[in-house]
Ligand binder design. Sequence first.
Ligand SMILES: [Zn+2]
Length: 239
Amino acid sequence: MQKEYFNRLGKITKNLCLEIEEKIQISINVSLKDAEGTKTNLSCNIHENGADIQTFSPEHFPDDSVFHELLHIKRILVEKIPKLVFSQLVDESDHKIETAFTKQDNAFEHLIIIPQEISTFPERLHYWEGIMEREWSDIHSKEKVDQNITQFILVQWVFLKQVLAESPCLELARSIINKHGLTNQSNEFFDGLIPLLGNKEKAMLFWFEKLGNPKKLAALKYFDVLTGNSHEVPLCQMQ
Ligand SMILES: [Zn+2]
């Protein structure tokens, strides 16, 4: 990582960065993203040749957020956990589904990395609580739920119960789930998914089945940064 960014990090984040860079034998790059529109948090772009952490301003490089992005990078490039993507084998493109897959992959990864993040930076609990409060209040304002919102509810419910088990949001979430008749479905999704967190292939098959996602449009993409290659396995070819 470029020195001007690396030197601003705390010891734990520096160590995680060095550990990843040593394993992948490539320096993690920090780059600036377009600052137009709303200023969002950091993000990362992971590919077969390494990874970029993107910020909208050189001044904005918070230690705890960098730690979060590094955990994403470590999973994909060091632990070689595949990413859920829109399959290359599908002829037509569907931007909406592609975006949905990216968001769902991120939501799945968060079930694993955010507990690590909170145990290292306990103050991040409030950050994630704040996000949950906004999201559940938003769902609460909806009279009817379509398939997209149902999926969102199930995914957020797993996050809330798994990562923020003491959250004051749980009560509101439970009442929303109950109101829309999703109690059994949400319990089944949680109970079935949690034991599979250590096996992304099996977890994604279960995830697609329970959320009713189009399996034929999806693939899992594996990155091998040491050889600079990646390959996809269509989800429907997985058992
Ligand atoms: Zn993330």
